[in-house]
Design a protein around this ligand. Structure first.
Ligand code: SF4
Length: 260
């Protein structure tokens, strides 16, 4: 497979049909992945084998400095970002200064590009930390991953690297009191002789039941688009994604967005 890693702390801007002009922030290393999940579909590839790996993360000061320079340059060039997005080579909320970096980013955004939204793409695994929850509540688009309402499936698809309880995670997601967007990747395939298909009736029932408890403001669904570390995966078609969205929307009454 071709592994895709961001080689900078501030990357882009990239133009996307959905987000517009998006400036990215990668709080993880620039040459390796660091994540609390090890998803079978991760575009960054598998996690490293070394369980004691402690990555070099950019400091809070470095991120603030680089972001300020980049935003000033974008203002001077007349190319303002529509969104500043925390994504990159792993899970951004693992950065120990994540809450302070969010404060810095919101301050710089307000000062230099007040119309830009601030978005975070997170896998939800650090939502047991009150400081992370408080920081995520401050951003405009708090996008949190939930690929299944069945723990066994998450263990195969997302492969949590530490302690994991889906029941507890759903409780933490409920604590956002609706100020969150859930993002779900639909997929079928096999990994380590375990078959999975999070589009089955049983799966959709459990996923919708979890969404009923979490009450997100929106749900975004998609399937794989690039190379994946596990080869035995089957992309879910856009027709199926639209069917899933329609079915869930009629039961939940919240907006769904399909990226096909
Ligand atoms: S949560 Fe994201 S970065 Fe982490 S393994 Fe999954 S896809 Fe990769």
């Amino acid at each position: 497979m071709t592994t895709f890693l961001f080689d900078k702390t501030i990357f882009g801007p990239v133009r996307s049909r959905r987000l517009g002009i998006s400036l990215g922030i990668n709080l993880l290393p620039n040459d390796s992945k660091f994540c609390s999940y090890n998803c079978v579909y991760c575009e960054c590839g598998w996690n490293g084998e070394d369980k004691t790996f402690r990555p070099q993360l950019p400091s809070r000061e470095t991120v603030k400095d680089l972001l300020e320079k980049k935003l000033k340059q974008m203002v001077a060039d007349g190319e303002l970002p529509d969104v500043i997005t925390f994504a990159g080579n792993g899970e951004p909320t693992l950065h120990p200064d994540f809450p302070l970096i969010i404060d810095d980013t919101l301050e710089l955004r307000d000062m230099l590009t007040p119309k830009a939204r601030v978005a975070v793409l997170s896998n939800s695994t650090m939502t047991h930390k009150p400081s992370v929850v408080e920081a995520l509540k401050k951003v405009d688009d708090n996008i949190l991953k939930l690929d299944s309402g069945i723990e066994k499936t998450i263990r195969v698809m997302n492969k949590p690297t530490g302690y994991f309880s889906l029941e507890k995670m759903i409780g933490y997601l409920m604590s956002f009191e609706g100020k969150l967007i859930i993002q779900t990747l639909f997929l079928r395939g096999e990994h380590n002789k375990n078959r999975f298909d999070n589009t089955s009736e049983e799966e959709l029932e459990a996923w919708i039941a979890a969404l009923k408890k979490i009450k997100p403001e929106k749900v975004m669904i998609y399937s794989i688009d690039r190379d994946t570390p596990e080869e035995n995966l089957i992309k879910v078609s856009s027709e199926e994604l639209y069917d899933i969205a329609q079915k869930a929307e009629s039961q939940l009454g919240i907006p769904f967005e399909v990226s096909a």
